[in-house]
Design a protein around this ligand. Structure first.
Ligand code: AP5
Ligand code: ZN
Length: 216
């Protein structure tokens, strides 16, 4: 089972992908998380990616395909993974189709989470993330129990560099230009599902489970 989460920044891809990963016992592969880990480690890729990410632009397709190919073990390729924030360009989508085809598998679900811009800005400006385990919080909708500390691992909960208003606007524009065309790319496949991203996290998750169940 290979599942793709598609949707604008802040639509809830990470929140829902973490949950679905536990529910289906499939690895959660977030290119955003992998890039942030590279930045923290100070690696060559991290140094190149940091400035691009902080500006709200996309990291090059070459770098992304390298880190994805490196991350996918043979075992994952057989059992399936949940992709979050990847593919993000038509080039990446073509490359993923080719990669899966070589392994004799294909995409079983494309979950496109749709949310209006006003709500997106509200969710992103209040987002906080755990610097240790990557858990996702929101100052209003999902605050940490102890202010500033992660419920799960106790590490500091911080604001992402790219969650400041001017960068949020840039990311939304980049999404429209580079990633929104993927909706048309996947739209006519039976695997495609448009998921309404409004409402509480549990309600959105129930819609996702329903869509994925279809595919059994
Ligand atoms: P990435 O980390 O993928 O960021 P993104 O796509 O901008 O997505 P976000 O993480 O911002 O949002 P999300 O949809 O996961 O929402 P979340 O669940 O956190 O990428 C970052 C950067 O890395 C990119 O800009 C780019 O530079 C680079 N990059 C990554 N992948 C790349 C690729 N493939 N190609 C090229 N470059 C790449 O939720 C948001 C907030 O809302 C949270 O606070 C959450 O608690 C809250 N929330 C969630 N659901 C609900 C709900 N139902 N009700 C109320 N609040 C909710
Ligand atoms: Zn944590």
């Amino acid at each position: 089972k290979h599942i793709i989460f598609l949707g604008a920044p802040g639509a809830g891809k990470g929140t829902q992908a973490q949950r679905l990963s536990q529910y289906l016992h499939l690895p959660h592969v977030s290119t955003g998380d992998m890039l942030r880990a590279s930045v923290q480690s100070g690696s060559e890729i991290g140094r190149r990616a940091a400035a691009v990410m902080d500006s709200g632009a996309l990291v090059s397709d070459d770098i992304i395909m390298d880190i994805v190919a490196e991350r996918l073990t043979l075992e994952d390729a057989l059992a399936g993974v949940i992709f979050d924030g990847f593919p993000r360009t038509v080039h990446q989508a073509n490359a993923l189709d080719a990669l899966l085809e070589r392994g004799g598998s294909q995409i079983s679900a494309v979950l496109h989470i749709a949310l209006d811009d006003e709500e997106i800005v509200e969710r992103l400006s209040g987002r906080r993330v755990c610097s240790g385990c990557g858990a996702i919080y929101h100052v209003l909708y999902h605050p940490a129990q102890t202010s500033g500390k992660c419920d799960i691992c106790g590490a500091d909960v911080v604001q992402r560099e790219d969650d400041h208003p001017d960068v949020i606007r840039k990311r939304l524009a980049v999404y429209e230009a580079e990633t929104a065309p993927l909706v048309a790319y996947y739209h006519d496949r039976p695997a495609y599902h448009r998921i309404d991203g409004h409402g509480e996290t549990d309600v959105v998750f129930a819609r996702i489970v329903e869509a994925v169940r279809d595919k059994d």
